[in-house]
Ligand binder design. Sequence first.
Ligand SMILES: NC(=O)c1ccc[n+]([C@@H]2O[C@H](COP(=O)([O-])OP(=O)(O)OC[C@H]3O[C@@H](n4cnc5c(N)ncnc54)[C@H](OP(=O)(O)O)[C@@H]3O)[C@@H](O)[C@H]2O)c1
Length: 345
Amino acid sequence: MAMKLLLIGFGHVGQELAGIMILNKSEYPGLRNFDPVISQIISPTRGSISDPSHEDIRRIIGGHNPKQRTGYSDLADFKDFAVRKIRESNYDVLVELSPLSISENGDPAVTYVREALMRGKHVVTANKGPVAFAHEELHDLALKNGAKFLFESTVMDGAPVFNMTRETLKGCRIHQISGILNSTTTFILSSLEQGASFDEAVREAQGAGFTESDPANDIEGWDAAAKITVLANALLDARMTPFDVRRRGIRDITQDMVREALENKSHIRLVARARNESGRVTATVGPEKIPEHHHFSGIRGTGACLRIETDLMTPLMITQESPTLSDTAFGVIGDLLTISQFLKP
Ligand SMILES: NC(=O)c1ccc[n+]([C@@H]2O[C@H](COP(=O)([O-])OP(=O)(O)OC[C@H]3O[C@@H](n4cnc5c(N)ncnc54)[C@H](OP(=O)(O)O)[C@@H]3O)[C@@H](O)[C@H]2O)c1
């Protein structure tokens, strides 16, 4: 049975996803039995596009004018429109791919996800907002309404973090997680090591497309704080938001500090940590000196790593080398494949 998808947001991730699972599916033998249909695409500049054909999708990805262009300049009006569509449209899974908003406490994505789950619709999101700001509420709503709420791509793209812990660490209690989760700061700190000034390193990161035009979310540690909150909420049963994370970014890191660390056979990296101590979860983000022999020091460029400590297993490391957009799209596809097992024929 075809799985009908309503996509909210059709930027980098949405377009890569549509490219893999609709336009070029035949190139991936593992997706042979996966039968998704995009029944609707919704975004502020496009309004709503219903039942896009392959040709429509190709045109959008190619940057041409979509068939229908409603266009909302006011995001509050667009949110009302999107909520109406989520409430009224015919679909099996809401695929939520809008941008993270820290200042709006994860909204409008939290609202979109809530509305879909209230109807008993499954939800997949790559947006950290819903899990970082409302995990407990949305998880409970999904359970109550018999729906799945999955978010593999929110941390380390498609690398199996939530799938792995859910499926293969059953019975283990996770008590600590730590990792290097933000690639922009790794890139900037590596450039400082190679002699660039902070401003030059930021410009280089922007030039390489690693960071948005305003890199503050990365440099001040907000992106890493959102990711460690997602992990803490989902894996440590914390009920926290990114505002609860003790956070220090890398803005004060100087070339001298980086050089001194190198002289001591260490690398400065932005490290995120969360731990559960007697039922109380705390989380931090900040620059740390990582000795060369430590596993974290091998992380380069856009790579990331996560260390998981449990009561039954010795620590596990998940390491990711140079992820691309295809990794993020794969995380969404993996979640959709999980949901396909639960769809009624
Ligand atoms: N890019 C990555 O590698 C990556 C990796 C992991 C997770 N993620 C997460 O995945 C999500 C999508 O990322 P992306 O790179 O595809 O972002 P993007 O290229 O900036 O695209 C965002 C999309 O969301 C739409 N949008 C903007 N404001 C909206 C609103 N208020 N309500 C609904 N839709 C809205 C935009 O609409 P218009 O097209 O009409 O402007 C656009 O289609 C983000 O939450 C991001 O953090 C991204």
